[in-house]
Design a protein around this ligand. Structure first.
Ligand code: ATP
Length: 326
């Protein structure tokens, strides 16, 4: 295996809070361990179009607390073609980059897997997505911050929901994974969580909401994961409203505020540990793995397992939502 001297780092796909903390950790631990570092702008787009910059320790000063990504991020269709990846490889070689750290979600890691296999390049991935939809890690970078953002927003909605005795359907991100929906429902004491992994009968939901209104409560909040197929919160609200013509039902879509903001301590620490682990992995000759943390320990997750995302959703948590909202 050729010796690694220079490591390129990029962020790709949807931005997530903590990506900057990860870029900082990758850059500084690489420099600390004697590597040089290059920052690749706008994800794979920067590789294809040769937007590559020299990174020094100072390049990542004062960013650990910042949301977004200083490297910018993008979706790049060209990289999904062999011609695009050839351009990316040629630019990478011309810049003297021997290995890559890719920070992104399942699409970005799919691209990394294909690129690494095609050109025999060492690549290590970091799970950067608010959705927590990657296998082999308890949490992804950005998930905890997004959860806290949702919690803050739903707490505010609860004030108005209870003052006006309203029923709120709150739409959160996560069209393929219900972690944000389910866990924010627990954290906010919501009446129900709707997730893509499980079908929810409108009858069941109506009963829960009805119980909530009939008993001690004078408001109800249902957290709904976005879902283009069912119309998300708006689609569900339409169906449920028929059961409750007397209640004042509203829909709130939290949208992109869920991606923004300063990362929580948990995400900063996660990103810092994972960033350093990526450099250690490359130094140890690891390739084509994502860094995960399971039960507090760093693990190397083959790309195929990370992308497959088979960690499932803990069904007992639905019972918890139900039990605690009587
Ligand atoms: P998020 O989970 O936040 O959506 P993501 O990493 O899954 O992030 P995608 O838009 O799915 O975001 O993927 C990001 C980029 O990864 C794509 O724009 C493309 O450049 C690359 N990519 C995705 N799938 C492939 C593929 N099959 N082959 C090559 N490149 C790919």
């Amino acid at each position: 295996m050729a010796e690694i001297k220079c490591i390129g780092v990029l962020t790709s796909g949807g931005d997530a809070p903590g990506m900057n903390a990860a870029i900082r950790a990758v850059t500084r631990s690489a420099i600390y361990n004697g590597f040089t570092v290059k920052g690749i702008m706008r994800g794979y787009k920067g590789l294809v179009h040769n937007e590559i910059v020299e990174f020094k320790s100072q390049s990542v000063s004062n960013i650990i607390q910042m949301g977004g990504t200083i490297l910018k991020t993008a979706r790049c269709k060209e990289f999904a073609t062999p011609e695009g990846r050839k351009m990316a490889y040629d630019n990478m070689m011309a810049a003297g980059i021997d290995a890559l750290v890719v920070i992104g979600g399942d699409g970005s890691l799919t691209g990394a897997k294909i690129f690494a296999a095609e050109y025999d390049i060492p690549i290590v991935g970091l799970p950067g997505t608010i959705d927590n939809d990657l296998g082999g890690t308890d949490s992804t970078i950005g998930y905890d911050t997004a959860l806290n953002t949702i919690m803050g927003a739903v707490d505010k909605l609860r004030d108005t929901a209870s003052s006006h005795e309203r029923l709120f359907f709150v739409e959160v991100m996560g069209h393929t994974a219900g972690y944000l929906s389910l866990n924010s429902a627990i954290a906010t004491g919501s009446e129900a969580a709707i997730v893509p992994e499980m079908d929810t009968e409108v009858d069941q939901l109506a009963e829960l909401i009805n119980n909530g209104f009939r008993k001690s409560k004078n408001s109800a909040i249902v957290i709904v994961a976005e879902n283009p197929k069912t119309g998300g919160a708006a689609g569900l609200a339409e169906r449920v409203k028929k059961e409750f013509p007397d209640y004042d039902a509203r829909v709130t879509i939290l949208g992109h505020i869920q991606r923004g903001g300063s990362p929580t301590a948990i995400d900063r620490i996660l990103a810092s540990r994972m960033g350093a682990a990526a450099i250690e992995a490359l130094s140890d000759g690891q390739r084509n793995v994502m860094i995960g943390i399971m039960n507090g320990r760093i693990v190397y997750v083959p790309f195929a397992k990370a992308i497959k995302h088979d960690k499932g959703i803990d069904k007992s948590r639905f019972e918890l939502v139900k039990m605690l909202s009587i």
